[in-house]
Design a protein around this ligand. Sequence first.
Ligand code: CU
Ligand code: CU
Length: 289
Amino acid sequence: MVYVRKNQRNLTRAERKKFVAAVLELKRRGIYDQFVQTHIDHYTADGDHGVRVAHMGPSFLPWHRRFLLDFESALREVDGSVSVPYWDWTQDNTPASSLWHDDFMGGNGRREDLQVMTGPFAYSGGNWDVTVSASDGRFLTRDLGRPSQAIDLPTKAQLAWATADPVYDSAPWDSRSDKGFRNKLEGWAAGEGNERFLNHNRVHRWVSGLMLGGGSVNDPVFWLHHSFVDAVWSRWQQAHPSAVYMPEGTDASSSAFGSRVVGRDEPMPPWGDSPSSMWDHSKIYRYAT
Ligand code: CU
Ligand code: CU
């Protein structure tokens, strides 16, 4: 049975509640933190050693598609009616959005230490202790819009600029690729200050707090963000039906930084699945508009 991922703004009150309950149950069982750890383990940047599989490379999209599927199947073992909703940040682009209400993701961090004080993932509620993180804090932090260095969420025009590119990715297959859909969506750019962050990266930056860096999975909004990134990829695939994953093979997969990227049919650690095996999700889930 193909299940549906919905826009979070269209969830019913009951659906919001079920999603939150399933996330909290994974946290209680210690499963959630395994996902945080996996993401930290694969947070390799340009210039680091080894295979650059999850970020700053062509397999950014299929790696996160695979990661979301794992998380979603864990959620669905808790409650088979749950899927990962998506947050269209071109639409719900302010802290006033219902996304941040107390029955769902909870709100912004307080000013003195950015600690989230409201909603199900507030440390003070007793259900959301941050145990796996690159930093020391035990609590979820957010700094929506980053007032000290104010940044806006990506606009529809900025996203359209990415999806208009018919080529999946291009050399040097890293954060410097200035052509290709993948990096225009992942969002590494040249420039100064906030101009360096486009689309996907800009959203991490806008939420800020724990959403910055390898420990970003500690904020459950990570999943809603990446569900939308995946939905954008899915729409791009439909709009460009002859497009294929690039690079094709190992010959093309070494970047100037010397760390390798994953070719079309090569395995993506920690799984054995290749980017090509993640290309078509239509037999597993689809996106509601
Ligand atoms: Cu990531
Ligand atoms: Cu991300």
